[in-house]
Design a protein around this ligand. Sequence first.
Ligand code: CA
Length: 63
Amino acid sequence: MLASNQTVAAGVAYAAEAVAESQIVYGDANGDGKVDAKDASAVLRYYAYVSTGGKDPIEKFLG
Ligand SMILES: [Ca+2]
């Protein structure tokens, strides 16, 4: 039995998401592949932003 295009697309999306998750470097807030003081600074800037009413998610704030 053949899978529908929708089923195949969902499987591909799931696999891509699994790959993306396996490449996460925890603590790498700015996404440059290193965990250093720049990440700490980025997180503190975001903390100040949220603490003063900022509503954007960190990805958008740092992007
Ligand atoms: Ca970084």
